[in-house]
Design a protein around this ligand. Structure first.
Ligand SMILES: [Ca+2]
Ligand SMILES: [Ca+2]
Length: 182
């Protein structure tokens, strides 16, 4: 009888250990799967230049000052929000605008499948030429993310990717800062 009880305890113990290992395996697999999911969908390369508003009405009217009206919209193709604090916009003359809350007028997060507007906000160096211009987007570590070259603009109209984030660039668009293009 004692032998049978010992045998039963042994079997129950082995079963308990087996279940414990199985659970551990599934937990690890979930962690691994989750990790690879994060890596494949949360990427700086998901961020794109999406809309450029280079030719606003002069402020004040009659002047040539556009430093408070120009902006660049970013779009996030990914499934995870991305913080672009410290990222840089660089123009053809190699002038840099550092993206921070003073340029986004708030958080510096580009939501998943969402937009973030970066305003020039009076920056004295960086500018969006109304004629020939190349705008480059760099990460905070100066990784090249995206760029766009245009040769002309129309006052109060924008250059826009259509559709957002993935499409080609189209000029003479009605501006849609922080919202879908077109
Ligand atoms: Ca301009
Ligand atoms: Ca837009």
């Amino acid at each position: 009888m004692i032998r049978i009880l010992k045998h039963l305890f042994f079997v129950a113990g082995m079963a308990f250990i087996a279940v414990a290992f199985t659970n551990a395996y599934f937990v690890d697999q979930a962690a691994i799967n989750n990790n690879s999911f994060t890596t494949s969908t949360g990427s700086a390369s998901s961020i794109r230049l999406n809309e450029i508003y280079a030719n606003p009405i002069n402020d004040p009217p009659g002047s040539s000052n556009e430093s408070n009206g120009e902006w660049v919209e970013l779009y996030n193709n990914g499934d995870w929000a991305w913080d672009v604090n410290g990222w840089k916009l660089v123009d053809k003359e190699n002038h840099t605008l550092v993206i921070n809350s003073s340029k986004t007028n708030g958080p510096t997060i580009v939501p998943a499948h969402g937009w973030l507007v970066v305003n020039r906000n009076g920056d004295p160096d960086f500018s969006l030429n109304n004629g020939d211009e190349i705008i480059y987007l760099y990460s905070d570590t100066m990784a090249s993310i995206d760029n766009f070259h245009y040769t002309n603009t129309t006052e109060t109209k924008s250059w826009s990717r259509r559709p957002d984030g993935t499409g080609g660039w189209v000029g003479n668009q009605i501006p849609t800062p922080g919202a879908t293009n077109g």
